[in-house]
Design a binder for this molecule. Structure first.
Ligand code: FEO
Length: 398
């Protein structure tokens, strides 16, 4: 396991997880990396660690640069387990008497997680000298945990940004200039939509207030995915756009189906929306993960959710989707519910009610079809598609 040089005396020493697919409920079809960084200066400093189980990979890469026992301090930018899980094992190799620096809330959270492991946790000041280089710390609370912080190294212009500006991609490539831009943007919006959406207000504020830091940044080193050295301003610009949550002329039709009737309704709606000039995305929950729906919904103006009725309830997969989307707190969305039923018909009604609690703008009531849709059942679906398309035009100012 080889370290990768970022600049003189700064190395990527993280781990590549080719196999992870479920990242706490979020689909990671291309795996991920847990990035960690070694700075060789008078104080040999490790910035972040890796998920439990990847200690040997981290230590193996570090050992190609120096004996882990030569590390004199560790910085923990974020206490979530994918970065802190290996901390006890790593500190046993480094020396448990060595300090682990974190934000005040990081110390609290790490203490909670690793009580009894004998970690020497210390709260960071605003900055520390480690020899020729300086580390400056910026708390980034709730981006995306209370403990989160950035570490900036002004002499190199490297910003260690923990989860911020990250993406999930397991590959041999470490830098943005080694991966096609279109793929990076796709993976970055997927990550942003599923991890960072609830914290958009905090991110928008950070982008406004940390302008000097951003201006001085030459390389962004997040804790997942590629390191942004070719165009760090590019990913910052994308974040500036995404925090506005400005929708496109796009609608997502997400649904599940029992005996194809709700599926038929979803197809009809998708076709109608498409014929009205809306970019309509058809997502059957039998084949599409909740996090794929979230990614597609992020820049869509409308989300149409379809559910059959089963035992007086909406379909479990639809409930799962709505629970997930509710937690992401997306703004500026038009919503609509639809679905078929046999006799009681609560499914679509419950979806409509849930979309309302999520703060979606619901221009019409739910559209329900009993049993199987026939030609005359298509009229309300056509009307729904037309209303949604008109509302989208109003929202985007077309
Ligand atoms: Fe990559 Fe919030 O952990």
């Amino acid at each position: 396991m080889e370290p990768i040089k970022i600049v003189d005396n700064v190395y990527w020493v993280g781990a590549v997880d080719y196999d992870i697919r479920d990242f706490h409920g979020y689909l990671t079809p291309r795996g991920s990396t847990y990035n960690a960084f070694l700075i060789v200066d008078d104080e040999i400093t490790l910035v972040d660690t890796v998920k439990h189980g990847f200690e040997d990979e981290l230590l193996s890469r570090i050992s190609k640069v120096t004996d882990p026992k030569n590390i004199t301090r560790v910085i923990s930018n974020h206490a979530e387990m994918d970065h802190s899980g290996s901390l006890p094992g790593v500190m046993r190799a480094v020396g448990t008497e060595k300090p682990v620096y974190a934000s005040a809330l990081g110390v609290k959270n790490l203490n909670g997680q690793f009580k009894g492991e004998g970690l020497n946790l210390k709260t960071v000041e605003k900055e520390m000298k480690i020899g020729k280089n300086t580390l400056r710390f910026l708390e980034t609370r709730m981006i995306h945990w209370p403990d989160s912080m950035f570490t900036f190294m002004p002499e190199t212009g490297i910003l260690f940004s923990q989860d911020g500006f990250g993406l999930h991609l397991a590959s041999v490539e470490r830098f943005d200039d080694e991966v096609p831009e279109t793929l990076l943007e796709k993976l970055a919006i997927n990550y942003f939509a599923n991890i960072l959406t609830p914290y958009v207000p905090q991110i928008a504020k950070l982008l406004e207030t940390a302008t000097d830091l951003i201006k001085d940044t030459k390389i962004i080193c997040p804790d997942h995915g590629v390191l942004w050295r070719k165009d760090p301003g590019g990913i910052v610009s994308l974040y500036s756009r995404w925090v506005t949550q400005k929708p496109k002329k796009k609608a997502v039709v997400a649904f599940d189906t029992m005996w194809h009737s709700t599926e038929y309704m979803a197809r009809e709606l998708t076709d109608r929306l498409g014929s009205l000039g809306v970019d309509a995305v058809y997502l059957n929950l039998k084949h599409n993960h909740r996090s794929e729906v979230a990614t597609e919904a992020y820049d869509a103006a409308a989300l149409l959710v379809g559910s059959p009725t089963i035992n007086n309830q909406m379909f479990p997969s639809v409930a799962d989707l709505l629970c997930y989307l509710k937690s992401l707190k997306m703004k500026n969305k038009i919503g609509a519910a639809f679905g078929s039923h046999g006799w009681s018909g609560e499914g679509a009604k419950l979806v409509q009610a849930e979309l309302k609690t999520m703060g979606y703008n619901l221009p019409v009531g739910e559209v329900r079809v009993q049993w199987v849709p026939h030609e005359d059942d298509l009229v309300p679906l056509k009307d729904l598609a037309k209303t949604v398309a008109d509302e989208i035009d109003k929202v985007i100012g077309a």
